[in-house]
Design a protein around this ligand. Structure first.
Ligand SMILES: Nc1ncnc2c1ncn2[C@@H]1O[C@H](COP(=O)(O)OP(=O)(O)OP(=O)(O)O)[C@@H](O)[C@H]1O
Ligand SMILES: [Mg+2]
Length: 287
C-alpha cells in the first residue's frame, strides 16, 4: 500500500498554499507539523481528493486518485479541521447516518457504529445529543466517523485541537491502536501530540516540505545545540530575554533551564540529548 505525492502544488491566485510537495507514504503514522498557514489543511484536502492540485499528481498504489473516484472514497477516512456536527443528532444516530452515507448496509452500519462507540469510550453517551457532549467527546465522535468504513488511508486534520491533556492522550491512544497496516496522517502544531506515536514527520513551512524524517533523525540534527543548566531566578530571567528557553523548572531556590542555542550559553551549561520539540522550537521560534 502506497500513497505518492508527486510535486503537488496549490495556488490561490499567486499565493502558493502548497508548493512542490513530494513524498511517498507507506503504512504507519505520519505527523504533519507546521505553524498556522503553512499549508497542512490544503495538503490534506488534496490527499482526500476534495481539492484538486494546481500542479502535480497524487497516486494510490500507482493509480491517480481522481480517476479512482468512488473506489478511493471507499478506502479513505477523513476528519476535516472544521467538522460539521449535527447538534441535535445523538452520537449513535450521527454515526449510523454517516455509515449509510458511506454505503454501509443498515445492519453493518449499526454494528460498526456500536463497535466504534465502544472503542472510543463513548458507549455511555451514545444516546446523548451531540450539542451536549464535551469537546473531547465530540472529537472522538469525529474520529469514529472517519473510521466507519475501516479506511486504509486515514487523514486527521488537527484532531486534538482544543482538547485538555487527558483527552489528548485518550485520542492519541485511539488513533495509535487503529493505525497498524494503514496510512495515517495526523496534523497538529503540538509536537508532544505526535512525539510518541508518529513513525515519520513531515515538517511544513510556507507551503513546502521543509524536512522529513523520524523523531530521532530530526532531533539528531540538534546535537550540540541543546543545553541544560541551573541558574538563580535573576540569571534565569536575563537568559530568557536573550536566548531560546525550551524548558524551565524550579528546584528550590534555583531554576533548571533547558536552552536551545548554537553556542554555549553559560559556563554552567552542559549539553543534553535533543528532542523533536527542540528541533521544532529552533526552526519555528518566531511562531
Ligand atoms: N480557499 C482559500 N483561498 C485563499 N487562500 C487560502 C484558501 N485556503 C487556504 N488559503 C491560504 O493558504 C495558506 C495555507 O493555509 P492552510 O489552511 O492550508 O494552512 P494550515 O497549515 O492548515 O494552517 P492552520 O494551522 O491554521 O490550520 C494560508 O496562507 C491560507 O491563507
Ligand atoms: Mg489547518
Amino acid at each position: 500500500m502506497k500513497l505518492t505525492l508527486d510535486s503537488v502544488s496549490k495556488y490561490y491566485k499567486d499565493v502558493a498554499a502548497v508548493r512542490d510537495f513530494s513524498a511517498t507514504l507507506s503504512p504507519g503514522i505520519y505527523g504533519l507539523l507546521g505553524p498556522n498557514g503553512s499549508g497542512k489543511t490544503t495538503l490534506m484536502r488534496m490527499i482526500c481528493n476534495v481539492l484538486r492540485p494546481s500542479r502535480g499528481d497524487i497516486f494510490y498504489n500507482g493509480e491517480p486518485i481522481d480517476s479512482m473516484d468512488a473506489r478511493y472514497r471507499e478506502i479513505l477516512g477523513y476528519l476535516p479541521q472544521q467538522f460539521g456536527y449535527y447538534p441535535n443528532f445523538t452520537a449513535k444516530n450521527f454515526l449510523t447516518y454517516f455509515a449509510a452515507l458511506k454505503g454501509l448496509a443498515p445492519f453493518s452500519a449499526e454494528e460498526r457504529s456500536e463497535e466504534l462507540l465502544e472503542m472510543g469510550g463513548l458507549s455511555s453517551v451514545k444516546n446523548k445529543k451531540l450539542k451536549t457532549l464535551s469537546g473531547g467527546m465530540l472529537q472522538r465522535v469525529g474520529v469514529a466517523q472517519a473510521l466507519l468504513n475501516d479506511p486504509q488511508v486515514l487523514i486527521l486534520d488537527e484532531p486534538t485541537a482544543g482538547l485538555d491533556p487527558k483527552e489528548r492522550i485518550r485520542l492519541r491512544n485511539l488513533i495509535s491502536s487503529f493505525s497498524s497496516d494503514r496510512i495515517v496522517v495526523f496534523s497538529t502544531h503540538i509536537v508532544s501530540d505526535l512525539e510518541h506515536i508518529a513513525d515519520h514527520f513531515l515538517i511544513m513551512r510556507e507551503g513546502s516540505l521543509m524536512r522529513k524524517g523520524t523523531a530521532q533523525e530530526l532531533a539528531h540534527e540538534m546535537q550540540g545545540k541543546v543545553w541544560e543548566m541551573k541558574a538563580t531566578q535573576r540569571e534565569a530571567e536575563s537568559l530568557e530575554e536573550k536566548l531560546l528557553v525550551s524548558g524551565r523548572r524550579s528546584i528550590g531556590e534555583q531554576v533548571a533551564l533547558r536552552i536551545v542555542s548554537d553556542t554555549k550559553p553559560s559556563e554552567k551549561a552542559a549539553l543534553v540529548s535533543p528532542s523533536l520539540e527542540d528541533f521544532y522550537l529552533y526552526h519555528f521560534q518566531e511562531d
